[in-house]
Design a protein. Structure first.
Length: 147
């Protein structure tokens, strides 16, 4: 569990999340559980409800993709400096089982960090540990533009 009372011990991206959650992350109930900057790993819980359902009563595939994109930015963000961002260049999601409302857990790791590109992979499980989806992505290291 993250020590929210000591944000200075975390990389800049985690400090920013602890200070203010992004609106999209708040929409899915983002809760940072663990980060390891040295290993390039992150674990996040999300709380999903009826707002996240498709017409058939399962969590919408676009919401699952949002969860994966969210954890990719956290894991890859562990490797960047203050003032840099990591926009997603491409992402592939494999949907393995239908998700229902409730708590889900995403885990991601940086596979390879290059000078300008980061490769990451992630998994999403439900509260019982059932694998719901896997994903891979390519992230770009860029300077944040001000103004």
């Amino acid at each position: 569990m993250l020590d929210r009372d000591n944000p200075g011990q975390y990389p800049p991206n985690v400090q920013a999340i602890l200070k203010r959650v992004a609106p999209a992350s708040g929409f899915v109930g983002q809760e940072l559980l663990a980060v390891d900057a040295e290993a390039g790993t992150a674990e996040i819980a999300y709380t999903l409800d009826e707002r996240h359902l498709n017409r058939y009563g399962a969590i919408h595939g676009g919401v699952t993709a949002l969860l994966m994109d969210d954890i990719f930015s956290v894991a890859s963000g562990l490797t960047i400096a203050w003032g840099q961002i990591v926009p997603t260049l491409e992402m592939k999601v494999s949907y393995l089982a239908g998700a229902k409302p409730g708590r889900v857990i995403a885990k991601a790791r940086v596979v390879k960090r290059g000078r300008q590109v980061i490769f990451v992979e992630a998994s999403l499980t439900d509260a019982e540990g059932r694998l719901l989806a896997t994903a891979t992505a390519t992230m770009m290291v860029a300077e944040m533009k001000r103004g």
